[in-house]
Structures are given as C-alpha cells and as structure tokens.
Ligand binder design. Sequence first.
Ligand SMILES: Cc1cc2nc3c(=O)[nH]c(=O)nc-3n(C[C@H](O)[C@H](O)[C@H](O)COP(=O)(O)O)c2cc1C
Length: 256
Amino acid sequence: MARQFWKPGNMLYPLPAVMVSCKRKDERPNIITVAWAGTICTNPAMLSISVRPERYSYDIIKETGEFVVNLVTEELVYAADYCGVKSGRNVDKFKEMKLNEAASVKISAPGIEQSPVNIECKVREIKELGSHHLFIADVVSVNIDERYLDGSGRFNLNQSGLAVYSHGEYFGLGRKCGSFGYSVRKNTDIQNTGNKNGVNIQSAGDRKQVKERNSGIKKRVKDRNSGIKKRVKDENSGIKKNIKDKKAGSKRNSKK
Ligand SMILES: Cc1cc2nc3c(=O)[nH]c(=O)nc-3n(C[C@H](O)[C@H](O)[C@H](O)COP(=O)(O)O)c2cc1C
C-alpha cells in the first residue's frame, strides 16, 4: 500500500477538547476550549494546556496562575465549540451557554457545574514554544459529579457520555473494546470487553445500557440546542430590527 509523506503538522488524534475556565478578580469568568491539552505526570499529578498568547484567556491564566480543566460530554459539545470560536472579550460565555459556575476548592477560578469533572490547576511553569505557550500545571483538586458514583463508591466516568475531538470533528465515545491490561489478564472479562482476534462482543445488558444512555443524551442535546438556537434567532432578529430602524431613521434624516 503506497503511503504519502507530509510536512510536519499536528495529527495526534483523538484528543479531549476541554473547556478551560479562568477568572480575574472582580471580572466575569471566562471559558476557552483547548484541544492541545494532556496529562504529563502521575505523581505529582500534573497536566498541561497550550494556549496562543493572543487569546483573551491567555493573560488571565498567566496573571492569576490558575485555571480549571472541565471535561466535555456530548451534552456540552455545542457549548465547547461556542467557547472555542467566541472570545470572552466580547461575550459572557457562561451566560450565553447557560452554564453554571461551580465553586472551586483550592483556587478562585470556578469550574463548570455541568461538566462531570472539574480539575483545578495551579500554573508551575510557562514555556514559550512558538504559536502556543505551554502552561505546565499542578493539579490541586479534582471535583467530580456524584451522579456518576455507584453504590460501591466507584466513579463511572465512562457513563457520563464523554466526547472527543478528532481531526476537526467531535465524537461521542464509541463502544468499549477492552480494559486496561485485559490482553494479559488470565481471568479475562472477554464477554464484556473483546477477544484477542479483535472481534468485540457485547452482552445484551451492555447493549441495552449503551442504547438507553445514548437516547437520553440525544434527547437532552436536542432540547438544549433547540433552546440555544431559539435564543440566538431571537437575538438576531432583534439586531436586524435595530439595523432596519436605524437605516429608516438615517434615511429620514438625509431627506431633511
Ligand atoms: C475544538 C477546539 C480546540 C481548540 N484548541 C485550542 C488550543 O489548544 N489552544 C488555543 O490557544 N486555542 C484553541 N482553540 C481556540 C480557542 O478556544 C478560541 O480562540 C477561543 O475563542 C478563545 O477564547 P478567548 O478569546 O475567550 O480566550 C480551540 C478551539 C476549538 C473549537
């Protein structure tokens, strides 16, 4: 099979596209969507985000030395995209996307209540790489939504409908096809994970659960998006009416 050899570029996908919230004292909080983010150390727990200096959030994070990484679910994808194309210089993203602030434990910047995981971070170092500056940060608190805790206290993050970003598009997580170390486990749970030939088998229970979760998510995303679309439509028609009124006014004035 022939292969093409491209010039260096970014092709490491899929990635989490996270919503990073930040806040300066006495100012409204802001959210920037970041895909150039990653876990960089287990102990101490550390992560990094890469941000272009021209972003409104850049100075906020640099000055305060704080930010919160909020994981994105399918329900939050619309808001994540919006926060990745609109600037906090011009809009209140929390308000526009009907997101609630979640008080942080160790830092002043709030997280996003609708996200299943808020990771509070303190900046340790900034590396000026080029187009993006790398913020290397310590994780100082991890705040999780109790809805995803089961009876035995296990956090079922993969039940929260996490989304990923790959090559310009957003996706929900696909079907489970294994679990950490299953390739060498003796007592493998092949029934619910996969087999060594790469053929995935799901139990009827698994399939039912996935189906129910997906239909719930789809409905919630639909309701949420139609609400937002209606609001944007109303706002646009208001703006159009203002422009029309202004034009009519200036025509009247020029006739005078
Ligand atoms: C999926 C997605 C991923 C993004 N990843 C990054 C990123 O890693 N670093 C960055 O600086 N900007 C990234 N952006 C762009 C910023 O989120 C965008 O410019 C945003 O409007 C900046 O907001 P602000 O001006 O309020 O800070 C991304 C946008 C999207 C939609």
